[in-house]
Design a binder for this molecule. Structure first.
Ligand SMILES: NC(=O)c1ccc[n+]([C@@H]2O[C@H](COP(=O)([O-])OP(=O)(O)OC[C@H]3O[C@@H](n4cnc5c(N)ncnc54)[C@H](O)[C@@H]3O)[C@@H](O)[C@H]2O)c1
Length: 438
């Protein structure tokens, strides 16, 4: 099939590349000419494991094309995806200006029947608004609007797209449903067909539930520290119950990234607007905020004053295996340490370039080094902010030699507390600080 993806970011580019890999012909559109130039030059503007190879192979075979022209894109595809940003407004509601703009852009150039698919994460009823907008500006053209939420995780987006847990198709038209089923025929996954509103709600409900699981285990981590228990063991025991599951029960610094914080805020606002306030979600957010503050307090309690203290921070990306630093808790942690006067030296395997790009002011206030061992040289403490496996492989004896004092604050429970104690570190982690060894 011939497909068009409008918005070639983390979701659009990876989705487009994976559709091309399974045999479709895809045109990716982006309004950012620099991004399209980069792609046309054979380079990938983001880091996502496995993506570069797929993009290169499918560009070479002619199945994957790039353009800045919405008209060229809309003419090309029988299905046109919208995969543009849906950032939060200051009040937590969703800023839908990019989606609305694409709807108008499509309406300006649409010539015949198309299936317009919303892949951006949007509030319930956005599909209706997209349809109204296109109808207003292109009243005589036939089209259908579909909601097809995306569940990929950055860091494993290629695998998630090629082997999804489920495919949700929200549509009210049999003609559009048939097209979507043909599109997804090469994928082996359960397909759930719903109305548009339900599909839109599924995405917000799923992300909010995952955030809830993270906050649940994070609050439990504080209870474990207070009670002398080990949060990893508690999570293991809970997760063995099939009704609960072990995934997303990893205590840490809290959730961040470009999706969970904004989707939770959006769902909270949506529920308020619908007259059914979801108070539970406000508590999920509160726990997430407190979790980072509790960790910073532990650093402060040990070092007393942070002013002029040299601290090494390992990790800037919001999670491992991605270069994405948007709404990263690691970045927020660095911001707060710097605001208290600490002299931070940070490192990240993939996130330093995007950190410089998205946080230029903060980047100017800290030192960035490529090597985790160089970061700890002469530092008063090591702070682990992102659980990159690369960090777990660093020689800890060398870390100890280079630190002024053997002090480690592990915000992601990356290291083993008992090994750290045996090696002579003063080691602070999350929910395992006062547990006895089993
Ligand atoms: N990143 C994720 O992990 C993830 C997962 C699931 C869903 N989502 C959702 O998918 C959507 C996109 O997220 P993303 O992370 O890919 O964003 P992104 O910022 O990485 O990419 C969006 C792209 O859209 C382009 N764009 C904006 N306006 C445009 C226009 N009018 N025409 C053409 N291109 C335009 C931008 O230049 C950018 O390249 C959001 O709604 C997000 O919530 C994201």
């Amino acid at each position: 099939m011939k497909l068009t993806i409008i918005g070639s970011g983390y979701v659009g580019l990876t989705t487009g590349a994976c559709f091309a890999k399974v045999g479709h012909h895809v045109m990716c559109v982006d309004s950012n000419p620099k991004k399209i130039e980069t792609l046309l030059a054979g380079q990938i503007p983001i880091y996502e494991p496995g993506l570069e190879e797929i993009v290169k192979q499918n560009t070479a075979s002619g199945r994957l094309k790039f353009t800045t022209s919405t008209e060229e894109g809309v003419d090309f595809g029988e299905i046109v995806f919208i995969a543009v940003p849906t950032p939060p407004n200051p009040d937590g509601s969703v800023d839908l200006r990019y989606v609305e703009k694409v709807a108008r852009d499509i309406a300006a150039v649409i010539k015949g029947y198309k299936v317009i698919v919303d892949k951006s994460t949007v509030p319930v009823k956005t599909g209706e608004k997209v349809a109204d907008t296109i109808r207003r500006y292109a009243p005589s053209v036939e089209f259908d609007v579909v909601s097809n939420p995306e569940f990929l995780r950055e860091g494993s987006a290629v695998a998630d797209l090629l082997d999804p847990d489920r495919i949700v198709i929200g549509a009210n038209s049999p003609r559009a449903i048939a097209k979507m089923q043909e599109l997804y025929a090469p994928f082996v996954a359960p397909v759930l067909v719903t109305d548009i509103n339900s599909a839109e709600l599924i995405k917000h409900a799923a992300n909010s539930f995952l955030a809830l699981k993270i906050s649940y285990i994070n609050h439990l981590s504080a209870i474990c520290d207070a009670a002398g228990a080990d949060v990893e063991k508690v999570a293991e025991g809970m997760g063995m119950d099939k009704r609960i599951g072990r995934a997303f029960l990893n205590a840490g610094l809290g959730y961040g990234g470009s999706c969970f914080p904004k989707d939770l805020a959006a769902f909270t606002t949506i529920s308020n607007q619908l007259g059914v306030p979801f108070h539970l979600l406000s508590e999920v957010h509160n726990i997430n905020t407190v979790q980072l503050q509790r960790f910073i307090k532990a650093i402060r309690d040990t070092l007393w004053v942070l002013q002029d203290k040299k601290l090494a921070v390992w990790g800037l990306s919001f999670k491992p295996h991605t270069d994405d630093v948007r709404s990263s808790v690691a970045v927020e942690l660095v911001r707060q340490l710097v605001s208290e006067g600490a002299r931070v030296t940070a490192t990240d395997p993939k996130g330093m370039e995007s950190f410089r790009e998205f946080e230029p002011e903060l980047a100017g206030k800290i030192a960035l080094v490529d090597d985790p061992l160089a970061a700890v040289e002469g530092a008063e403490a090591l702070v682990i902010a992102t659980e990159w496996p690369d960090f777990a492989e660093v020689d800890l004896n060398e870390v100890k030699k280079r630190l002024i004092a053997p002090l480690v604050f592990d915000g992601r429970n990356l290291l083993d507390p008992w090994t750290m104690k045996e090696l002579g570190f003063q080691y602070h982690c999350i929910g395992r600080n006062s547990a006895a060894r089993s």
